[in-house]
Write a protein that binds this ligand. Sequence first.
Ligand code: APR
Length: 230
Amino acid sequence: MSKQKLIVLTGAGISAESGLRTFRDTDGLWEGYNVYEVATPEGFRKNPELVLDFYNMRRRDVANTKPNAAHIGLAELENDFDVHIITQNIDDLHERAGSTNVLHLHGEIFKMRSVKNSVKTYPIHGDIKLGDLAEDGSQLRPFIVWFEEPVPMIEAAIRITKTADIFAVIGTSLQVYPAAGLVNYAAREIPKFILDKKIPYTSSLQNLTVIEKGAGDAVFQLNAHLRNLL
Ligand code: APR
């Protein structure tokens, strides 16, 4: 018998216990920076070095941390479920925990692209500096979806969400679209879970179970619920 499809939408909260800052919590990243200066095309045009350094620092933070119990718990669920992760996170902690189906909606910190070509990517583990050029001769930039930029993976994410037998949302404030809109594509009748240390408001979702805990403990409890669905 084929495994049930578990589709999981994750956000910064799942990486918080690895020591990576979220965006909108107190002391979140956006408290320290003006998001329009460091995460928009206009910000990059105005001050490319500030933006390159912002993501150079994010890249070092991710390189110096490791997956936490929540990432590992999700990876282990692949033993019993066909797990597909749709993440808003740019870190690679799901992959490093062992998850094998990870779709990044907002890009990946260890990849870069040229300003001219949003499709071709190159690996990067060090810093990107002003003057570092791609083979097309244009400046290299992080392979990150900035505000006001298109989210090319959203159609694939919607298709995957529609196939869910079980849908879970972990560690996201559900404030950024189109990612947050994915909750509306999960079929009404399937079991849904929201795991967060402070459950975000969502319009009424059918068959919803909320687990209001830190991500590591919440995934452990999710596991217990999912055993009953096997
Ligand atoms: N355990 C569980 N949930 C947590 C924890 C934790 N230890 N710490 C924080 N959270 C929850 C918060 O309660 C909040 O609901 O994680 C969520 C973090 O929300 P945001 O900071 O808004 O992050 P996210 O939802 O991923 O942001 C979405 O916005 O800034 C853009 O592109 C960026 O991908 C990001 C997008």
